[in-house]
Design a binder for this molecule. Structure first.
Ligand code: ZN
Length: 414
């Protein structure tokens, strides 16, 4: 065997296991593997989990807050406006550099599967997608990168975008994005959704939309998207991201929409870091939390994950390091998840729930699956979040691609 990980603590498992890897795949999981491996890692009882998945990250915009003017109102609208100027000056090289820096951080934190939304509009045209395709090439074999062609400026509001979306799909984008609330009228929002489905069907692609990222309780595009998904028989292939307005609805309408989301088999992604910062800006106290109804969606049996979303851009200008344990900790606070089983769910949201969004079958710690693993410097997922534990070994296809070990030395008597 190429690699044997000794004494690994797996989730939901009594006692530790040895994990044997050959040709990048897990070939044996046993209490004790008697043979010697080419390489051996003694996990010493540390928590060993599948790789993290970040299903929502804007790599084309990441880190631009380092060079643009600050977002003084802190709102989504101003964030989009500031980016217009920068987008006009985008170069492939600039985007590749920023995206690569962020991927390096994410990989160090144990994420090797990403879905990134990349702007497609008449301002930046296809430059961001071309840049991310270049990044995808450079990182092939290191991480899996799925590209969503994202009409950030709307489709009807920004004539020419529909054709650009088709071109983005032609040159290699994987998923059709959308932002139906960013249109002038409800009829245009519906048309926006219809166009996204037309393109997705042309290319046999899945759909991943920014939906109702607003505190406006009259926003209705989640309902429209769910209904369209049912009509088109696209259950399981559509993801709705943000859905902040769901939290602004009254409980009766929210329950109706959650029922539709369930029937449509929509996947949901919440991004509490960004939305805690952006939403509720115009509220007086008590301020809304700005995130979607995470617990109610989970209780309805809907697949929910979380993502970093923005990272030092005009939307979320100051923080973010593409660490799922950090985003998970923020999610726990924002969604008030604190019970032991809720913390297990929180960890699922950064792992298996993301795999369901990407419809990956080859995922998880099981014999026959690709060995994409993290050995985390703790024994339980709760402690992993609490201490933001080091990812001691990040393993991709059986190779160690990152190691972290942080040490504190106390020089005190008490
Ligand atoms: Zn987003």
């Amino acid at each position: 065997m190429d690699l044997i990980i000794r004494d690994a603590q797996l989730r939901h498992t009594e006692g530790t296991r040895d994990i044997g890897v050959s040709d990048g795949r897990i070939v044996q999981i046993a209490n004790r593997i008697p043979r010697k491996g080419q390489r051996e890692i003694d996990a010493q009882g540390r928590l060993t989990t599948p790789t993290f998945i970040d299903p929502h990250l804007h790599l084309d915009k990441a880190l631009i807050s380092e060079v643009v003017r600050p977002n003084l109102s802190g709102t989504l609208d101003e964030a989009i406006e500031i980016i217009w100027e920068k987008k006009k000056q985008y170069t492939i090289e600039d985007i590749v550099k920023r995206a690569s820096r962020v991927l390096h951080w994410g990989i160090g934190y144990g994420t090797t599967i990403f879905r990134t939304n990349v702007d497609v509009d008449t301002i930046g045209k296809l430059v961001p997608v071309e840049a991310l395709l270049e990044v995808k090439k450079r990182f092939a074999g290191i991480c899996r990168l799925q590209i969503v062609a994202f009409p950030q400026e709307g489709i009807l509001k920004n004539p020419g975008t529909e054709e650009l979306l088709r071109q983005a799909m032609k040159i290699g984008a994987d998923v059709v994005g959308g932002m139906p609330f960013n249109e002038r009228t409800m009829a245009d929002s519906q048309r926006h959704i219809d166009i996204c489905f037309e393109i997705a069907k042309e290319f046999g692609a899945d759909i991943d939309m920014h939906v109702d990222e607003t505190d406006d309780p009259s926003a209705r595009t989640l309902e429209l998207l769910a209904a369209k998904t049912i009509q088109e028989g696209y259950q399981g292939r559509v993801t709705a991201v943000h859905t902040c307005a769901l939290a602004a609805y009254d409980d009766v309408y929210a329950a109706k929409v959650i029922g539709l989301v369930k029937e449509a088999g929509l996947n949901m992604i919440t991004n509490p870091a960004t939305n805690l910062m952006l939403q509720g800006r115009m509220d007086t106290e008590p301020r809304r939390r700005g995130i979607t109804r995470v617990k109610e969606l989970l209780a309805a049996g809907i697949n929910v994950a979380y993502g970093q979303d923005c990272l030092k851009d005009t939307f979320y200008p100051t923080f973010g390091q593409a660490d799922p344990l950090e985003v998970g900790l923020i999610t726990a606070h924002a969604a008030q998840m604190s019970l032991p089983e809720e913390i297990e769910t929180l960890f699922d949201m950064a792992t298996v729930n993301g795999a369901r969004i990407l419809r990956m079958e080859d995922y998880g710690i099981e014999e026959g699956r690709t060995a994409n693993l993290n050995i985390i410097d703790t024994t339980t997922v709760q402690e992993a979040f609490r201490t933001q534990a080091d990812r001691r070994h990040v393993i991709r296809r059986g190779e160690v691609i990152a190691e972290t070990e942080t040490r504190t030395k106390l020089h005190i008597d008490a």
